[in-house]
Design a protein around this ligand. Structure first.
Ligand code: FMN
Length: 273
């Protein structure tokens, strides 16, 4: 059996599958049934567009099972106003409730984030979850140790004036690095491939956007990212393996803050050329 199978009772030979295939490996030879061009199965990137685009449910793909590819439901579509408010209302959370995040919810978040697009559909993003309080505190302390070195350079302080107060507040007992979040979710990708850093960022964006739906909040851990990029001991404490240069961590927890407005932003600078 080949990679794709056609239900000849359902297929109308409309060619949508061939037109949609990003690798151009599907053909309808002489107006016949769709098939993968001989010898070109290896070109398939398993994107599933051929399955998704068939209006007649006539195409089966060996690696894209129907059971994991639910039909789109009209009643679940969201309107423009809801989508716009949902996106604009996403906020960085810096006050978390002293309540652990259930493992089931973290798994749900990652389950959704794995549908984020990846370059060439490689799907190589992997996840680390840290929800051990003392370990999170140690990661925060290592980040501050790195920040202390950074602020020795006046140019760094000029570029990021918030760094000195961040250290002072840490010294006064405030967790200005991980904000007291009960969990840290790290997305990471191996060096191979051409889009690891973008894939990681998009996957975390999916997780970030889905979190409020589960009652959770996030904050991108940029200070920790700086420390991981420059201080191997911080990378080791987080547990980033060798060969994974692409990574970003999100703080995760139940928000202990509520917002009532969506703040204004700078006008976009747009050039149509
Ligand atoms: C890449 C990135 C890194 C960030 N790092 C931090 C951080 O280390 N600590 C923090 O409190 N906020 C961090 N933030 C949050 C930004 O400050 C925040 O997104 C911005 O102020 C806008 O606020 P909003 O997210 O609520 O819209 C980061 C955001 C991004 C996108």
């Amino acid at each position: 059996m080949g990679l794709i199978t056609i239900d000849e009772d359902r297929c109308r030979k409309d060619g949508f599958c061939a037109r949609e295939c990003p690798a151009a490996i599907i053909e309808l030879p002489g107006g016949g049934w769709p098939r993968i061009k001989p010898g070109q199965e290896e070109g398939c990137m398993d994107c599933g567009h051929c399955v998704a685009v068939c209006p007649h449910d006539a195409l089966r793909h060996e690696r894209i099972p129907q059971v994991g590819s639910p039909a789109l439901r009209d009643d679940l579509r969201i309107g423009e106003a809801q989508a716009a408010q949902f996106l604009r209302a996403r906020r960085s959370i810096r006050h978390f409730a002293a309540r652990p995040v259930e493992k089931g919810k973290i798994l749900k978040l990652i389950e959704t984030a794995r549908y984020a697009p990846t370059g060439g559909n490689r799907q190589e993003v992997e996840w680390l979850v840290i929800d051990d309080g003392p370990r999170l505190r140690e990661i925060g302390a290592l980040t501050v140790a790195w920040l202390r070195k950074v602020v020795e350079d006046p140019r760094a302080v000029a570029a990021a004036p918030y760094l000195v107060p961040t250290i002072a507040a840490w010294d006064a007992g405030e967790d200005t690095v991980l904000r007291g979040a009960p969990a840290l979710v790290v997305a990471m990708a191996p060096a191979e491939g051409t889009s690891g850093s973008v894939d990681v960022a998009i996957a975390q964006t999916y997780l970030d956007l889905y979190a409020p739906v589960l009652g959770l909040g996030t904050c991108w851990a940029g200070l920790l990212q700086g420390a991981m990029a420059n201080a191997p001991e911080t990378r080791a404490a987080v547990g980033i393996p060798e060969g994974y240069p692409h990574h970003f961590a999100l703080m995760l927890g139940y928000p202990d803050v509520r917002f009532f407005r969506t703040p204004e932003r700078k006008a976009p600078r747009i050039t149509f050329t």
